[in-house]
Design a protein around this ligand. Structure first.
Ligand code: ZN
Length: 199
């Protein structure tokens, strides 16, 4: 599954030379790196609050960049702060897929922080483009999910039935966990085939 680079501004010469060495916060190269990171994140739909948390550029610069790229002002309002959303049936399957991709990028891809989130999110979307299923997670949701996971507010539990790993609440990491795909709630079958319990 080869991916095309989302930001093509680096060019093959820059890509071949590997990651840029560390630069001071005021260096031109550091600013360029941060600007490219912001462009990549905006391209995937990141909210302004996410950009502010991850990109070390002034808020004004980020807002201007957002306007230039999207043609509109960044949406106002809070980020979704609840962990509950990731536990409901359909989002949970997607959240589990995303977190699996993120962890793969950390372990096998040797990425960390927002770079691992970006790579994991692209991997998640590639999976969906193969199956044709609509994405449940926006980039901002994916970023929140990783944050909840890294802070221990959400965990992964292995399903005793399918052996897959699924997102669960931190205080709900049960020993005998069975995932929502193996044991869907009655409601979940509403727009699909009725579940085994449907009579
Ligand atoms: Zn299962």
């Amino acid at each position: 599954m080869d991916t095309h680079p989302v930001v093509a501004t680096g060019g093959s010469a820059a890509a071949a030379s590997g990651p840029l060495p560390a630069h001071g916060p005021k260096s031109v190269l550091h600013e360029l790196e941060q600007t490219l990171l912001a462009i990549e994140m905006i391209g995937l739909g990141a909210r302004l609050q996410v950009l502010e948390a991850e990109v070390s550029l002034p808020r004004e610069r980020l807002t201007r960049l957002y306007k230039e790229l999207c043609g509109t002002s960044p949406p106002k309002g809070m980020l979704p702060f609840s962990t509950d959303w990731f536990l409901s049936w359909r989002p949970n399957a997607h959240a589990s897929m995303l977190l699996g991709a993120y962890r793969h990028m950390v372990r096998a891809g040797h990425l960390d922080g927002v770079r691992a989130t970006l790579a994991g999110f692209r991997m998640y979307r590639e999976h969906l483009s193969v199956t044709g299923e609509a994405a449940q997670l926006s980039f901002t949701r994916a970023w929140m999910l990783v944050r909840f996971y890294e802070r221990g507010m959400l965990q992964l539990a292995r399903c005793q039935c399918c052996r897959g790993e699924f997102v669960v609440c931190a205080n709900d990491a049960r020993q005998r966990y069975i995932c929502g795909l193996c044991l869907p709630p009655a409601r979940a079958g509403k727009c699909r085939k009725p579940g085994p319990a449907g009579t």
